[in-house]
Design a protein around this ligand. Structure first.
Ligand SMILES: [Zn+2]
Length: 213
């Protein structure tokens, strides 16, 4: 931790016009909220090469967004972060970042959420609709394939749930906000984006480095 912080500080705090001297003076103004998984292999800032101040990030088990809770009860950390990002920071995009080999999704598909502890069990109910959809459409597939489908389907569920928040519906209606689903395949090293019109994930082609300016 300390060795890493030394390198971090040299990179971002050195000089009068350092990244942090600007961020500390002007405050943060990220344009993007990323909702990713807690999985140690799926760090949104590392994957995207983002600098400090560029991403507002929420990470939780299986990168889920619960539906808007209008009851006024409960303690909602994810919803609070989404609300702050949209209402205060006025982010322009929300990205749900799912990934291959998600442990939360695997537990859900195997029906083992309970064995991982009651918090995980209750939390993974957010993706119950995704599991039901996948089992209805692909019931003869092997467990790895089912998990892959559910990892993607749960991204669709989270995007649907985002739309249930009144302040998100309003921002979408005023074209101040866009929602995106992205899937990182940690086995092949590829990134896919959800085509919300077609309902399918498509591999994102990376531009050839040699032709970039
Ligand atoms: Zn995961």
């Amino acid at each position: 931790m300390i060795a890493g912080f030394r390198r971090f500080r040299e990179r971002y705090f050195s000089g009068e016009d350092s990244v942090y001297s600007r961020l500390a003076t002007a405050g943060q103004s990220p344009k993007v909220l990323i909702i990713g998984c807690s999985d140690s292999r799926v760090d949104p800032a590392l994957i995207s090469g983002a600098s400090p101040g560029e991403l507002f990030v929420v990470r939780n088990v299986a990168n889920l967004v619960p539906p808007f809770d209008s009851s006024g009860g409960g303690v909602h950390g994810v919803s609070a972060a989404i609300e702050f990002a949209v209402m205060n920071l006025k982010v322009e995009s929300i990205i749900i970042l799912g990934h291959r080999q998600c442990g939360g999704i695997r537990a859900l598909m195997l029906g083992q959420e309970g064995s991982m502890g009651s918090f995980v069990s209750r939390w993974m109910r957010v993706a119950a609709r995704a599991k039901a959809e996948v089992l209805a459409r692909f019931k003869d597939e092997d467990i790895d394939t089912l998990c892959r489908h559910c990892e993607m389907e749960s991204i669709r569920v989270s995007i649907d749930n985002l739309r249930t928040f009144p302040f998100i519906a309003e921002a979408l209606g005023e074209h101040r906000l866009t929602l995106h689903g992205v899937y990182f395949d940690i086995e092949s090293g590829t990134l896919m984006e959800l085509d919300q019109g077609a309902g399918e994930f498509r591999t994102i082609d990376l531009p050839d480095r040699s032709v970039r300016p």
